[in-house]
Ligand binder design. Sequence first.
Ligand SMILES: [Zn+2]
Ligand SMILES: [Zn+2]
Length: 478
Amino acid sequence: MNSFKKEAVDYIDKHSNIFTEVSDQIWATPELSLKEYRSAALYEKVLEENGFTVEKEIDGIETAFTGTFGHGKPVIGILGEFDALSGLSQKKGQVKHKPLVPGAPGHGCGHNMLGAGALAAAFAIKDYLETSGREGTVIFYGCPGEEGGAAKAFMARDNIWYSLDAALTWHPEDVNEVKTGTNNSTIQILYDFHGISAHAAGDPEDGRSALDAVELMNTGVQYLREHMTSDCRIHYAITDAGGVSPNVVQDHASVLYMVRAGKVRACVDLLKRVDKIAQGAALMTETSYDRTFIDGTADLVPNFTLENVFYENFKELGVPAYTEKELDFAQKLRDTCPVNEAPGFASTLSDEIREFTAKASKNGTKAMNDFLVPLYHSNAFQAGSTDVGDVSWETPTAQIHVAGFVSGAPGHSWQNVSCGGTTIGHKALLHAGKVIACTAIDLYEDPELLKEAQKEFREKTKSGYVCPIEKDAKPFAL
Ligand SMILES: [Zn+2]
Ligand SMILES: [Zn+2]
């Protein structure tokens, strides 16, 4: 390891309390998407206190911000998230489901760790830029609304990520790996139908049912499902059934649609067909409707060059090690989770890697997956969506996963809230900070690496970025 990287690792160890305290504080005050006022204020304060220039309300989004240090190129962005999930309140360090505040939100996706680990990386990069005297800029992006709202995609619509030479981030998972492959694109639209109320028996001929419109729309979409490619999905939720009285013609009813496709271009096209069905439903029922754009995300463009750099650094730094006490807790928590016999995305694609991870995880029974999944590059599709996808259409982007959850832990679970608030979570975020910082140092030190990453990026994005966010849409928290 070169001296700059050693210094970065030492820096994070020496200042670890700053990052673990941020994570613990965010964990203790979970806030939902686009309402992360206290979380954003905490990050802004810590960044300002430590010599970053802070810009608030980026792109007109109240809880989006940046912390910038350095000057000139290359400009490397580190993406941090900090929103929580509703109904997932959970006491930390527990192996049973025990809400801290019943009904309150909780950090079931580990974004308390995510933001704090990204912050650690940004701080260590700042230290590197200062001590090395190299030209370059680091920008920490406070990205709100990942669980709903897709702030990064709104920022992409407004061309924010084009100013970066690369973007790096991570996500806590139950495994240590360099993320590869792509995710699907998704768009959410709320259709609010308006009809005319009437006595359902007395003068039904005067009524125009908004609920009928919702039902006909759902029926129309049901027929559409047969005529779309197999990578597509269409989900819906009736968010307003128009009341609970069957003897009233419902003059209002709403349905929220979520359209998914492997590629963002196809997702936008599929949505146009769903829109036609909404029009048809309104026409059939003589109702009208308001259409509200909620959010959308593009598919992810993987960058194998950056994945390589990430992997070399991850391999050199190893994986977090645990105390017996941590492992004892993790084992008991693991026993409440399903068994994933071969963890890691690459295990689903490669027999060789599946064999490796099955052995290393003792067929998924180990408390923590304390190994690094071998490097694997893929354009394969992993179900689920992230607004990191939109960043990846505007600048070369890569991510790692660090084990901050016990083996087999389901996503968005109380188990993740419990674990993410403990020293296992601390270890994950500090380790992620180190791997990201060392990877960034390679990119500042070796311009050829960035050139190669950018060449790959240009090739993979030559079809052009179709932004899933509509022109006049504003971020919307459901
Ligand atoms: Zn999540
Ligand atoms: Zn997440």
